[in-house]
Write a protein that binds this ligand. Structure first.
Ligand code: CS2
Length: 507
């Protein structure tokens, strides 16, 4: 009989020195971060650790998970250490950021979150709560005052549950204690994420009773900034394979390693009300105008990613690399990127477009990473409105049909509410989406696919503008018909053919 000695847990005493991104112990907490998921731990935490390797500072991060205690408990059990496993076809590189100074779960300890936001030593409140976490109405884009949790947070008789509620109630406490300036830093894939966050915070404040509202909004204007940021790193979910990698390479047990691609990019406005880490030394780029970088990334990467995920799932592909390896999906991705997303943006001067696009296709093809179609396809109802409507409207207003954006919407709707005769497969079924139930209700209450698509667009799911172009809904319905009858390859072929037979612009 053989017995195996359990491996020691990763912690400050067991972390291999060579893996540390910086060597100093960060004792002071300067950042409160809401959203302790994998993305934050492989992106902001890594850039912060890299910055601290060059410039010391009080920039420890208190990580706040919203509901699940799994990551926070493991972080505490591991002295706030975890590994980032960078995966590429060439191999794996393991590092340990070691920048967290604490971990909380908002649902268990809501008051501690507000106290942390109010603490004068907190200079930055950063967010990675996903598009879904901003509680805007998918129809209007405004704070969703019909949601029970938003209304409860506005009443304020129970601790806040929504991110916007937590931020506002924390800031309110800060105003009443030190009133010191602070920065709220959104790191999510929303267009103009800083301004959108400021607007949603403002909408919450405007809905408060006048006495609270007036003093808070004056102080917000004077003392709180909301820089725009563009964040980019593909970060899949953790699996046991990554735990095994850490065990093998470090000889320790890490319950919460984070897999990530080698690529990472962070661009932000330098508008910090109370200082910031020297992130420029940690690979971040500062610029006054983040918009061109945001649009480049939101449309070329995220927009195309959605098409790959939905077509891939309908084609039975579990991962993005498997999906992009299919020639018709790769062709559709090239077309939507070049012909429909690219004309809607201005490429920043320092970006070499050909190299950027080639790199995107290389990143998507990173098969070792195993990024899943169901992960990218989840929450389409809040993601697509950031990606699809504006480029689609630009083209429609120029009298041209965005066939591949229509294909994106068609494939999304097939995944959410598969029409009779379509087996959308297990990947589609596994996609989480707050609108799935509503979309299925609309499908059941409409008599035909064209009526279904028109009704969906009229609900404002993709913003308000597309309803003015009934031809778009018609095209989406036609492509759903092709997807149901003939599958993804014929549908992608139909979109390409229609595009090729359109007269060139201006004729
Ligand atoms: C993806 C993003 O899930 C998605 O919608 O497009 O998470 C993408 O992987 C990241 O934004 C890459 O930076």
């Amino acid at each position: 009989m053989t017995t195996t000695t359990p491996l020691p847990r990763l912690g400050s005493g067991t972390v291999p020195e060579r893996a540390l991104l910086h060597r100093r112990t960060v004792a002071e907490t300067g950042i409160v971060h809401l959203g302790l998921g994998n993305f934050h731990r492989a992106h902001q935490a890594v850039h912060t650790a890299a910055a601290l390797a060059h410039t010391d500072g009080p920039w420890g991060i208190l990580g706040v998970a919203s509901r699940s205690a799994a990551v926070a408990d493991a972080l505490r059990a591991q002295d706030h250490r975890y590994s980032v496993v960078e995966i590429s076809p060439e191999g794996e590189r393991l590092t340990v950021p070691a920048v967290h100074t604490g971990a909380l779960v908002a649902a268990h300890d809501p008051d501690a979150v507000l106290t942390a936001i109010a603490a004068p030593r907190t200079r930055i409140v950063s967010l990675t709560v996903t598009e879904h976490g901003y509680t805007f109405s998918p129809r209007t884009g405004h704070l969703d005052l019909d949601r029970d949790d938003v209304r409860a947070d506005l009443r304020g008789d129970t601790p806040p549950r929504t991110t916007i509620g937590q931020v506002v109630r924390g800031l309110q406490r800060r105003l009443r204690s030190s009133a010191t300036p602070v920065t709220v830093l959104s790191c999510d894939n929303l267009a103009a994420n800083g301004s959108q966050t400021a607007r949603l915070v403002g909408e919450f404040v405007q809905a408060l009773p006048p006495a609270e509202r007036d003093e808070l909004s004056a102080w917000l204007d004077a003392s709180v900034t909301f820089p725009d940021t563009m964040v980019d790193r593909i970060v899949p979910a953790t699996t046991d394979a990554y735990r095994a990698t850490v065990a093998e390479r470090f000889g320790v047990r890490d319950e919460i390693p984070v897999p990530a691609e080698p690529f990472s990019m962070w661009v932000m406005q330098d508008r910090f009300a109370a200082g910031r880490p020297g992130w420029e030394h940690g690979g971040a780029l500062f610029t006054d105008d983040v918009t061109p970088y945001e649009l480049l990334k939101l449309r070329l990467l995220n927009g195309t990613h959605s098409l790959i995920a939905y077509l891939g799932a309908l084609d039975g592909r579990a991962t993005i690399p498997e999906a992009i390896a299919r020639p018709h999906i790769s062709e559709a991705a090239h077309r939507v990127l070049h012909d429909e997303y690219l004309p809607s943006l201005t490429v920043p001067g320092d970006i070499d477009l050909d190299a950027y696009v080639a790199q995107l296709f290389g990143r998507w093809a990173n098969s070792a990473l195993g990024h899943r179609t169901r992960q990218v396809g989840s929450d389409g109802s809040v993601k697509l409105r950031q990606r699809v409507p504006e480029p689609a409207l630009l083209r429609l207003r120029a009298g041209r049909m965005p066939h591949h954006l229509a294909l994106t919407v068609a494939a999304y709707l097939c995944c959410m509410a598969p029409p009779p005769g379509l087996d959308a497969g297990p990947q589609s079924a596994a996609m989480a989406d707050p609108a799935r139930g509503r979309l299925q209700e609309i499908a059941e209450s409409t008599a035909s696919v064209p009526d279904f698509v028109t009704a969906v667009i009229e609900t404002g799911l993709l913003g308000s503008g597309l309803a003015e172009h009934p031809a778009f809904a018609e095209r989406v319905a036609e492509l759903i018909g092709v997807l149901v009858r003939h599958g993804t390859a014929t549908a992608a072929g139909a979109a390409a053919e229609a595009m090729d037979s359109e007269p060139p612009p201006g004729t």
